[in-house]
Design a protein around this ligand. Structure first.
Ligand code: GLA
Length: 393
């Protein structure tokens, strides 16, 4: 990807890029819609990246070429940046605005953006672009941010420039993930506990429906508001602090939907803590059970799944443990996107085929399936242009 983006940069701008940065997407193993409730999440970064090749320019403009969409964004670096077109450029604009807020003078630069992350596929492609941009601006301004501050700056960009009131999980994972580890993140204290995931006998599969239902963003904000309402009714600062017993006691006074949203969050936090334990001790069957339970709760209580994701999880449920299935659930915000599935490595081919066949039979569509090991967070790539090109030959 580095070479590809460097070549593209040279084609667009007639010189070699000075820097190439990469930021990974993520898959959340469990702990869904808990981050903005001060709760727990258990994501890992994946081997799918947003790569940005860039160099300063001599003016006050930013020019961005997206290799994947073929679009170009060009804007002037005024002190108060505004959202603009194309939509994806807002993730970059928002992060520049964050650096400016920190008092950094960001000069003009040219960049090309390449990606192996499906846009809008629930694998945090927007967070990856934000974090890649922040990583680039760190080298451009020569100012390294504290990693948590960096994740928060990127989250703010998403709030202000994309209008999505997201939690911290995606930006945090893309910034701080460690190779061969998932991370148990306490979203209140921001304490991150690495959870080793390098058992070669277990493989993480990501199943992409390539569907994105329109309601996604509006419903996300609605869920967040319902959770905040539930917390207020329970006289807690966040649902993280509420117990199931308290919620059941307050049930009569709560709107039934608000009750169900809160029940999901309270149970999901508990499942996430148990899941971290299960992975650390290699109790994969327990992990699988927790994943299926998480999906049911997201489908029935939180109501953020969709028929295609439910079909994938139902297919998984029909594959017995003896054939290598561990567990499966929707991952990310929902209303389309991806499911995550843990399987025994020796069964990867068999299970992949089962998913492909059954999904096509039931939906008439194809599902894209790939495996990923837990990857490391964003970094500046140690990249040098090939010698031949450097000599201008
Ligand atoms: C999106 C948000 C995250 C998180 C998930 C749901 O990915 O960006 O902050 O809320 O949805 O768990």
């Amino acid at each position: 990807m580095a070479e590809h983006s460097a070549e593209f940069f040279a084609k667009c701008f007639g010189r070699v890029p000075k820097w190439i940065v990469a930021a990974p997407g993520r898959v959340n193993l469990i702990g869904e819609h808990t981050d903005y409730n001060d709760g727990f999440v258990l994501p890992m970064a994946i081997e799918r990246y947003m790569v940005v090749a860039a160099d300063r320019n001599a003016n006050r403009h930013v020019t961005l070429h997206s290799i994947t969409t073929g679009e170009t964004a060009r804007f002037h670096l005024r002190p108060s940046l505004e959202p603009g077109e194309p939509i994806w450029s807002n993730y970059v604009r928002g992060v520049i605005a964050g650096f400016q807020r920190h008092g950094e003078r960001v000069g003009g630069f040219d960049a090309v953006i390449d990606s192996t992350l499906p846009y809008g596929g629930g694998l945090a492609s927007s967070a990856a672009l934000e974090v890649a941009t922040a990583t680039l601006l760190e080298v451009i301004t020569n100012h390294t941010l504290d990693p948590i501050e960096k994740a928060l700056l990127c989250q703010q960009a998403e709030h202000d420039f994309a209008g999505v009131p997201c939690g911290i999980m995606d930006q945090f994972t893309s910034t701080l993930a460690q190779e061969n580890h998932a991370v148990l993140l306490d979203c209140r204290t921001r304490k991150a506990t690495p959870v080793q995931m390098k058992d070669p006998g277990v493989t993480v599969l990501i199943l992409n429906t390539r569907i994105r239902h329109k309601l996604a963003d509006g419903e996300y904000a609605k869920r967040r508001a319902q959770c905040e309402l539930a917390a207020r009714m329970l006289k807690r600062s966040a649902l993280r602090d509420a117990t199931l017993a308290e919620l059941l006691k307050a049930r009569k006074g709560l709107d039934p939907f608000v009750f169900r949203r809160a029940r999901h969050v309270i149970n999901e936090n508990e499942r996430t803590l148990q899941a971290a334990q299960a992975i650390s001790t290699g109790r994969w069957q327990t992990m699988g059970r927790l994943m299926f339970a998480s999906h049911e709760s997201l489908r029935d209580d939180y109501q953020v799944s969709c028929p295609e994701l439910d079909i994938l999880v139902a297919i998984a449920k029909r594959i017995p443990a003896a054939e290598g299935m561990i567990g499966c659930r929707m991952t990310g915000a929902g209303f389309g996107g991806c499911a995550v599935c843990l399987v025994r490595t020796e069964a990867v081919r068999h299970i992949t085929r089962k998913f492909e066949d059954a999904y096509e039979q039931e939906t008439g569509n194809t599902v894209e399936i790939f495996a990923s090991r837990p990857a490391a967070g964003a970094r500046v790539l140690n990249w040098a242009p090939p010698a031949r090109k450097r000599q201008g030959a």
